[in-house]
Design a protein around this ligand. Sequence first.
Ligand code: ADP
Ligand code: ZN
Length: 729
Amino acid sequence: MTEEALLILADVALDCPGRDAFSYLVPEELRPKLQVGDAVQVPFGRRVQQGFVIAIREAPKPEYTVRPIEKRLDHVHLPAPLIRLIRWAASYYRCSLGTFLSAAVPTAVRDATALKKLRFIRKDEAFDGKLTKRQQQVWEQLPIEQITFADGCKKTGCSAGVLDRLIESGAVSLTVDDSVQEHVLNVAQENHALTDEQQVAFDAVSARLDDGGNETFMLYGVTGSGKTLVYMDLVDQVIAAGQQTLLLLPEIALTPQLAARFRGRFERVVVWHSQFTAGERHKQWQDVRAGKVDLVIGTRSALFAPLTNIGLIIVDEEHEHSYKQDSTPRYQGRDLAIMYGVQCDVPVVLGSATPSCETIKNARDGKFSVLTLRKRPAGGSLPTPIVVDMREECQEQKKQVTVSRALIEHITRAKKRGKQSIVLLNRRGWSPIVHCASCGHSLSCEACDVSLTWHKGPQLLRCHYCGHEGGLPKVCPACSQPALTTKGMGTEQLCHALSKEIEGLRVLRLDADTVSKRQGHAQLLSAFGDREYDCLVGTQMVAKGLNFPNVTVVGVVAADHGLAQPDFRAAERTFQLIAQVAGRAGRGKDAGTVIVQAFDPEAPALFCALRIKPKTFYNGELELRERYGYPPYTGLIRIVWRGEKLQEVESLALEQGQRLQACAENLPILGPGPAGIAFLKGQHRWHALIKAGSRGAAQAFLARLHEAGGLPERRGVKIMTDVDPYAFS
Ligand code: ADP
Ligand code: ZN
């Protein structure tokens, strides 16, 4: 028998849908150092691609030709726990491993050349060391302010070498992209002693940290109950044990205060989100990877920070839907965090004042341990709610009313006493509808099946789905009458109405239109915090994480607006939004008031949020979910087909609908049929919803579907598979 020489092969995950890994030869020189988790560059077809080594093995020469790895990217190596997490996630969310990995590790990190472009230099004006004549010349030509390395060469006409030497000699300093400094909020350091309740919560998690092992806690604490202080003391303990904490927040931009509070107490903190520049992200990644960080605070993508020694995972505001990513890979950050805790064998804390129905059910089933905070340690009681039935209000005032008398009165009174108010209206722009008073036609987007919103400030009609903008036509496009009028109210109009009704009221608007630049939120919020305004009006942004002790009045306009959404979570969402925004009032010594305007004030979601009867709400809601077969009692999968030609979309959806049926084994399938928004960004959309008895059953269905050939795309039609969907229209 001839002895066959064995080859060393590496399985490399590449960003390529449908297949997890491809085999490559490990060249001689890489053999001693190449490891699982390394980023490499490999030939793929006629191109070169970056990917990650997920296995290294000895094998006989395969029948196909294997090409060698071109090079190893020395600066990127994924820790083993992270690879394990992403492997699980890729399989669960039906995304190829390589695609998931490349989404998890930002291009900025993999691509070292991005860094060079983002190097900044600044000349040291006080420098008085020795320079060559040429160096001196260049040094003098450099401007005083910071510029990029490349601009430095351009401005002075020197080579990179000259600048390099100036940097070496100290005449010029080099920084790797810190061009955009974060707007740091000033917060006092928090070191309060824990209250009894907080102590009980802390002790439970602390004991688990001491003993080791995984346990998931639901930290159910009313708004203002001091969950953050519990987190902080836990972080302390984890640091003392030489380990790291991962703290997830729904949206960093909306919670600058919280990040600032942690920064106020801990030093080796990294704030991690996708809005940083390439250079910043690269630096953060390297710092975390090198173990220079004790605490990573970030949005869902922070799950993929390359932590090597995780001791604790915290998910704050665990009920927030922004934990679900709405593009591939469509993972749920909270759910992945729970799995990460299991895999790393560490505790997970899920904090919320309004937990998700999923978490409540897990707690009731005994899967999660329950910790409760009922009191507000800083004083301040939960506000008294006043409900305004807008049907009656309109009748009594004999006109179309937008802002009720009660709301105006309370905001006015607060202002007189030097107090502030917050008003929530979850709709931006001036009016959500522009229609023709003559023929009834309403203006909709050309590319989407949705109505256009009128923005009065910039005098533009905007589509909030595709971003399309246009001017207001003079006449109705349908009947040519000059009879176009607006209908309904958005935040822009509400601000106008409030300033008109209340003399001298200084109103600040906080929504996606007033916040554009990276630091916009933080700046607007600190202006409000500094009492430059009396009233903050905004979309759901104002409901989140804010802690302004001077706010005594909270208003909610069109509170039942969200209940009309075709989404089984609509009631839960409304309940949470109202309870959260109501929790912004009365954070200080003065009692707070909440005024809620609704057309259907008896809707359970409103009623329970306002009467502070969460148990009643969860009981009723869970019962409905069970009866109608929705999560947390089932596992859902949504399939969306989309394309430019309706005919193609429809025929593929119907055809593949049969395959879904064939694999369903009696699971109910809704559709395929046209999606709620049947036309979006120029594409027709069809969808189907599979309701499996559990998430496990949903996975089993997907496995059967995969066996049967899956749902291959066809020319002109894209297919999306969403596991545990949060969007249904
Ligand atoms: P939550 O995150 O639960 O909404 P916070 O952590 O924002 O609540 O706490 C609300 C306020 O109570 C903060 O101003 C915080 O400093 C204060 N606070 C929290 N715990 C204590 C405590 N043990 N003693 C005094 N003040 C506290
Ligand atoms: Zn559009």
